[in-house]
Ligand binder design. Structure first.
Ligand SMILES: Cc1ncc(COP(=O)(O)O)c(C=O)c1O
Length: 414
């Protein structure tokens, strides 16, 4: 970072914080310091307003109407598909399927692709870093089909250990399902290596991008993965909506996931035919306002200067790592050189829940617990961690507040 940048940055962040009224409040008599961004990001005014505008101005069901409001709603809804296609860099909007979030996207693939293509003795490869939502759907599929879930181990730094890659990815591997960024440790995983390896054996690859898209750009065509998914709510958008990108030829060959309205072409008691992709996978009335607001979130995310986001988040991570590492008895979990602005840690002899509670008393919001990664916590032999996750609207001053609050909490608990 240049001297000039370091002068400009705080002003840019102040301006950005004006877009997030929720940040300007007190909690327990202290200014709110929101460091739980990996759980869900805060929402800018433009996203909140897009929901109000829909309900106040053009609330109607989509696709099936001929009237004015239905056309406005359909147009706004489909605009989000177009924005998402551009965001992920696919020219084909049919490859964008709306879901209720990352979990729903993964279940869709496990059921609609998995039940057709995974058979007894086949292997499904995940990693030790996965969120439960990228473990359990595969276990359910494996149990039903008599398949095996194999796990990529990790190094002490919290990176994939790919020493035995050519055994992990083999002729029996049908799908590799891994996250791009670990929610518990922040590690950015070298997914390109696995995608290349999968191609050698004809396996499909699903990337769980829940924690990546808010931090850096993703190009599904350059990656050449089969599926990529994420939730809107970790990218400034609302809860309850998300996306599944899938290669058109793979989606076309898949059976529908849920049956109902919208996903059909014709229905009769002598037989039903299905709609084209993406609608084949979008049964029922969707979360219309959520998807319209997802579009506003994409607009917000793409309006941010990429270099600014990267350099500011990098500086937050560097500064927080330096400060927290100086605290006696504090151990950071996840020490990859290649990580996003997430710090998971424990302090000797103190339960993460107690630390989280005392931080909250000082206005600081962090996450404590297993972060839906129980196998990873078991691997480290710990009950959970305290996780501080920084967004572009966080400041260096907030890290100082975290540091001071931690010292106070530790002195009270020891
Ligand atoms: C890496 C990862 N995958 C999946 C999920 C599940 O996302 P959602 O609950 O929005 O479906 C999360 C949420 O924390 C996550 O961090």
């Amino acid at each position: 970072m240049t001297t000039q940048d370091s002068i400009i940055l705080p002003k840019a962040v102040d301006k950005l914080r004006d877009e997030f009224p929720i940040l300007h409040q007190e909690v327990n008599g202290h200014p709110l310091v929101y460091l739980d961004n990996a759980a869900t990001s805060q929402k800018p005014l433009s996203v909140v307003e897009s929901i109000t505008n829909y309900y106040l101005g053009y609330n109607a069901n989509i696709h099936r109407g001929v009237h004015h409001l239905a056309n406005l709603a359909t147009e706004a809804f489909e605009k989000t598909r177009k924005k998402l296609a551009a965001f992920l860099n696919t020219p084909d909007q049919r490859e964008i399927i709306f879901t209720s979030g990352t979990t729903d996207s993964i279940n869709l693939v496990a059921q609609a692709w998995g039940r057709m293509n995974v058979h007894s003795g086949d292997e499904i490869l995940v990693s030790m870093l996965e969120h439960h939502s990228n473990i359990v759907p595969w276990q359910m599929l494996a149990q039903e089909k008599g398949a095996v879930v194999r796990v990529i181990p990790i190094t002490p730094k919290g990176e994939w250990d790919l020493t035995d890659l050519n055994q992990l990815v083999n002729a029996k591997t049908k799908i590799i399902a891994v996250n791009h960024v670990s929610n518990a440790l922040g590690t950015i995983n070298p997914i390109e290596i696995l995608i290349a390896e999968a191609k050698k054996v004809g396996a499909k690859v699903l990337i769980d991008g829940a924690q990546s898209v808010v931090h850096f750009e993703v190009d599904v065509k350059a990656l050449d993965c089969d599926f990529y998914c994420f939730s809107a709510h970790k990218l400034y958008g609302p809860t309850g909506v998300g996306v599944l990108y899938g290669k058109a030829e793979v989606l076309e060959a898949m059976a529908p996931y849920r049956g109902g309205g919208e996903m059909i072409h014709t229905v009769s008691f002598s037989g039903t035919t299905y709609n084209e992709i993406p609608h084949k996978f979008e049964a029922g009335t969707p979360n219309i306002e959520g998807i319209i607001a997802f579009g506003a979130a994409i607009d917000f995310a793409t309006s941010l200067d990429k270099d600014f986001v990267q350099s500011h988040e990098h500086e937050l991570l560097r500064y927080a790592t330096e400060k927290l590492s100086s605290i006696e008895g504090l151990k950071i979990y996840g020490e990859s050189e290649n990580k996003v602005s997430v710090i998971s840690f424990l302090v000797d002899g103190i339960h993460p829940y107690d630390l989280g509670t005392l931080l909250d008393h000082q206005g600081i919001a962090v996450r404590t617990g297993h972060h839906c990664t129980q196998p990873l916590m078991e691997h480290f032999g710990i009950p959970g961690t305290v996780r501080a996750s920084f967004a572009v609207y966080n400041t260096i001053e907030e890290i100082d507040m975290l540091y001071n609050a931690l010292l106070k909490a530790i002195s009270m608990l020891k």
